[in-house]
Design a protein. Sequence first.
Length: 220
Amino acid sequence: MAAQKTIAIIGATGKMGGAIAKGLVNGPNRLLLFGNNQEKLSGLLSALKETKRDTDAEIIGCSVDASWEADIIIAAVPYAAEATLAEQIRAVATGKIVISISNPLSADFCRLVTEPGTSAGEQLQELLPHARVVKAFSTNFSAAFNHTDVSGYKLDAFIAGNDDEALLEVAELITEVGFNPVIAGDLTFSRTLENMTLLLINANIRHGYKGQAGWKILHN
């Protein structure tokens, strides 16, 4: 059995932050929930306790305090907010796993706003040079957390990072949530993963998948 970890979910009241929290509720870990909407945070905590009465989860009033207590920090915030969050938590993120879930999409979802040759994941690593940044959950829709099996196949969740131990720890979290973890490579593969999400979002819009879609590598 995996050792208990303390996981801070920064932006827990967003669609992805809430989905990740609900996905992790049955695992062995302690969850620290931070968000800007206290009413939504209270509702999320109540939902977690309804799912698992003895769940080890609590609301934390400060992103820095939550990150200081955590072993793993999930930055469940939009791309535009990552730089501000990184500045806030930099001093307490040293040596810790920081999960980047964001996708740097334009407002019309037609392109990535990052410059060629970089990615949101790589930029966050530059902003947190002493943390172990892992790109994860960025290729999964929030709605898919409720149905991680589609057409008889468990959806893949791709991860990228420069630290092998951190990748394995994040892979364990992905398994707890219900997805199949696939290590894509080092953090430069965040560029590919963010483009995969751009493609998936546009396919979702064009074909009306209603968020019930995801990636799956099929092989013998």
